[in-house]
Design a protein around this ligand. Sequence first.
Ligand code: AMO
Length: 439
Amino acid sequence: MKKIYANDLKKHFGEEIEFSGFVDNIRNLQWVQFIIVRDSTGKVQVTIEKSDEKNKKMVDLINDLTLESTVKIKGIIMENPKVKMGNMEIIPTEIEVTSRSENELPFNYKNLDGVNLDTRLDFRFIDLRSDKNILMFQVQSALVKYMREYLYNNSFVEIHTPKFIGTASESGAEVFEVKYFDRKAYLAQSPQFYKQMCIASGFSKVFEVAPCFRAENSNTSRHATEFTSFDVEFSYIDSYEDVMNLEAEMLKYALEKVKAEYGDKISEVFGVNIEVPVLPFPVMKLSDIYKELEERYSYVVDESEKTDLTTEAERLVYRLAKEKFNHEFMFVIDYPADKRAFYHMRDSDGSLLGYDLIWKGVEITSGAQREHRYEKIVENAKNKGLAEDVKFYLEFFKYGCPPHGGFAIGIDRLTMLLLDISSIKETQLLFRGPTRLEP
Ligand code: AMO
């Protein structure tokens, strides 16, 4: 007998099949019992006629069955236009309870009115049972699959860099210390140095999808202390524009594919219409953005804040991108060099060859051409007071290293923006923040 998932049942009308899932609903009427059983791909009605003597054992079992138990059903899948759910039903010959749920759930995940987010996160394994959450992770998986696919199609190699590191990376700040036998180690805040190492090793094109750890004590809707980063780095570029172009192409490719596969479901469940972005994405200088935000929306901030986008400015950049370019994305360039990471390349006039990408009003990426010239990178590190901390990294540039660049996208943020979800706490499988380490 074949084990069939809900979304394939239609292909087996009239056949004897085996179906397993959670008990989603039970209706126990005078002459008939209906149970709705769901797996990760959908739901199906199981119909048991009470008057049929040979059903007696199953009828007794269902009289005693609790919602959210798991069952294994053997029976025939029948087409039935009268059944609202999928126009089909299983007529069972045998039902086995493979796991019995307690009667009362910690909260009703099907009706979240009055349920606070912390309760949901405390019982995340229950929270994740909702159709919406299951779809969210299927979509996230598809999004990452297609971003990977784009890179594989373009000869990138997937790497896996260590997350234990011996010295605090990148900026010296915001790293978690861990006890490592009789010495100290740190959790990687980014694979930045190691993806660049691969470039120095001659790999040409690499990427990694892995956790990053940031000891930022901030409680916002878009920050986590551990998140998944989609990191890309590649060689032989002429400009940071090559990096922006590759990122834009990759995002267009992935969004187009996600839309084709999940677009209808996403608009039904999340009310979001995926807009496949047009190439090239608009690009604006940071200072020009502040000028336009003031002119168009009377948004005024102190000069001292204009070294980066404020949260509100990011939000307004979405409006600007829409109104000026009819686009959801905006590359922002020309950040003041002294405010950015030392490994970003600077032009001969000192201006920065890096960028941020804003989508729907939130930063999803930092990227840049990297400084690959040994003397210059040493000088940049010295200027930031990091030369000692990053000594091992500076070595990478001593023995030949091609011009290169790259970027990183936070997957949890990307999912949040794609599906218009208000907080990263809901798009991480298990949120990690300053006050949350469990479950
Ligand atoms: P950056 O620090 O800007 O750049 O991070 C890149 C992207 O990662 C995501 N992100 C976060 N997501 C959730 N919680 C956080 N605390 C958090 N911090 C960052 C964002 C952000 O845009 N090494 C560079 C990248 C590079 O140049 O290749 C870096 O880490 O989406």
